[in-house]
Design a protein. Structure first.
Length: 564
């Protein structure tokens, strides 16, 4: 089901289909071409389902004119996508007691790793293995960086996953990493490891195009916090990777980003380039963003482990704003332990994104990763699945979890999802400058249509939707008290019975894990959602799941290398 249809369905389910229409009056008032009339107020009230008499409507004409004049004080032309808000979403319902992890990152016991005959044999290696080779000086960061740069150049024509190769910066960072490692100044498991970022993430000196033709030459004069923190960890930025237009889907200004496992389909959206490049072994890992599934869905499509952290776990400073109370930044990796390494480097407050709280540590002990065993599931989700491939993979998921000693507990989650209503309204504000300067005419009709339509949603309904959101958050919190994690099947990614957006709406962390393949050769996957700020337990569950299935050992045939 498309995001557009989900959005309309969510509005209809929540009784919000009329919320677009009162804004028609507001739009007319702001044009300042004619006074507010009784007829204008009467028609808007009727469309909004408000039973106001003519006398009551007449009383409002002067007030509405005054409000419209007051709105001019917003001075909208001076506001941009990067203009911060003075209030911030908190995923913790009132009265919530958090069970936080202990700070600190301990990786699994190192396995013996030796340099292969060919550097390209390391293209699909875990970040943790690359780290051991770099720390032991068996290989240099420059060698790894040149290998990944070569693969990016060689395979991009097939995948269409690269916006900009940051070669000059990459080679400079790699040389600096080698010099520091040689001098005994090792920074940790990401030191000298090449990676890519979704092209809504700012990198100083390179365009950040947001996937949209009108923004072909847009640049920013500083790194996003996530890029700066990875630089501080010694990681090497090799590429800006494709994002769907304004972070919608896998279609961008340069066309569609393709799935490395099945070139006949896209990589899903909107972290499409991050997923495709990582799955094809063009980078060691990548950074994506997720508003309503844009890390999770591409990860499932491309056979990756994708971690969408708790809302507010990672600063979004320097990253394009889409759904301001829904956007999260996280890693797309081939292995679960790699997600822990990356999240450990990028998590935490920076005093620039005030949605990131103080005093909420991230930690993971990979030396004894005890995975959660009380796993909730939604029986209706399994019962509703009709596709044979998916039914088979869903049954496989239950079998794997039982072999891991997990007990399956049926749960019921709240319906009436509002995530797309809230997201699209926030997007209308985030892209207001684009919409009102006419630049929207340079983007696809579907994208621009919703940016313009949501200009007409009333502030009252947006705020009431967020009040209803808290009711949903409290209901999910009660469910989470009974389980360690919740399993979501592949059905959640594109079905009318989707429950995946509920966990995005509440801000809970989620992780996508490979789960076999379909009859077409495309990967299948499952998703687990866990407790707020407990990404560590999800990573441990994903680690155990990967070990039990062996799916992550496979490589897309067109991009495979000799492990030599």
């Amino acid at each position: 089901m498309t995001n557009r249809r989900r959005f309309l369905a969510a509005c209809a389910a929540s009784g919000l289909t009329s919320t677009l229409f009162p804004g028609l009056l507001w739009a007319q008032m702001k044009q300042g071409t004619k006074p507010v009339t009784l007829e204008m107020v009467r028609e808007s009230a009727r469309l909004a389902g408000l039973a106001w008499s003519d006398a009551e409507c007449q009383e409002l004409t002067d007030s509405l004119s005054s409000l419209a004049a007051g709105a001019e004080q917003i001075d909208k032309p001076t506001l941009t996508n990067a203009s911060p808000l003075p209030f911030h979403f908190d995923p913790r319902p009132p009265g919530t007691t958090l069970r936080l992890p202990a700070a600190g990152l301990t990786l699994p016991a190192p396995a013996a790793v030796q340099r292969p005959r060919s550097v390209e044999s390391l293209a699909f290696a875990p970040v943790t293995s690359l780290a051991r080779l770099l720390q032991s000086k068996q290989i240099t960061s420059v060698e790894l960086t040149r290998m990944y740069l070569d693969r990016l150049k060689r395979h991009n024509a097939t995948l269409n996953c690269v916006v900009t190769i940051t070669e000059e910066r990459a080679l400079g960072e790699a040389a600096a990493a080698d010099a520091e490692i040689a001098a005994g100044k090792y920074r940790g498991a990401l030191h000298g490891v090449p990676y890519g970022v979704k092209d809504i993430v700012a990198a100083k000196g390179y365009p950040t195009k947001w996937g949209a033709p009108p923004l072909e030459h847009q640049t920013f004069d500083e790194d996003a916090t996530v890029v700066r923190r990875l630089h501080d960890a010694g990681a090497v930025l090799v590429a800006k990777l494709t994002t769907g237009e304004l972070a919608f889907g896998d279609q961008w200004a340069g066309g569609r980003t393709n799935n490395p496992w099945n070139l006949g389909e896209g990589s899903s959206g909107s972290s499409a380039g991050s997923a495709a490049a990582t799955a094809a072994g063009l980078v060691a890992f990548a950074i994506g963003s997720d508003t309503g599934g844009s890390i999770l869905s591409p990860s499932v499509r491309c056979g990756l482990v994708g971690l969408r952290p708790t809302f507010g776990r990672v600063s979004r400073h320097g990253v394009m704003a889409a759904g301001t109370t829904l956007d999260k930044i996280g890693p797309l990796c081939r292995y679960a332990a790699d997600c822990a390494v990356v999240l450990g480097a990028i998590a935490g407050p920076d005093n620039l994104d005030l949605a990131v709280p103080e005093g909420v540590p991230f930690g993971w002990d990979g030396s004894r990763p005890v995975h959660p065993t009380r796993i909730g599931y939604v029986p209706a989700m399994f019962d509703a699945e009709t596709d044979a491939d998916r039914r088979s993979n869903n049954s496989r998921a239950l079998d794997v979890l039982r072999r891991l000693g997990c007990t399956m507990q049926p749960v019921t989650l709240p319906g009436g999802d509002l995530s797309y209503f809230i997201e699209y309204t926030e997007r209308a504000a985030a892209f207001d400058s684009l919409t009102n300067t006419g630049l929207y005419k340079g983007v696809r009709q579907r994208t621009s249509r919703f940016l313009r339509a949501c200009q007409l949603v009333t502030a009252v309904d947006y705020l009431q939707a967020n009040r209803r959101r808290l009711v949903i958050m409290e209901a999910v919190a009660r469910v989470m008290e009974t389980v360690d994690a919740i399993l979501f099947t592949t059905l959640t990614l594109d079905s009318t019975t989707s429950l995946n957006p509920v966990m995005s709406l509440t801000g809970h962390p989620s992780i996508a894990v490979p789960n076999g393949f379909t009859s077409t050769g495309s990967p299948a996957g499952v998703m687990f959602s866990g407790h707020l700020y407990r990404e560590d337990t999800l990573i441990s569950l994903a680690l155990a799941y990967q070990a039990a299935t062996g799916d992550s050992q496979k490589q897309p045939p067109l991009f495979a290398v000799d492990r030599g």
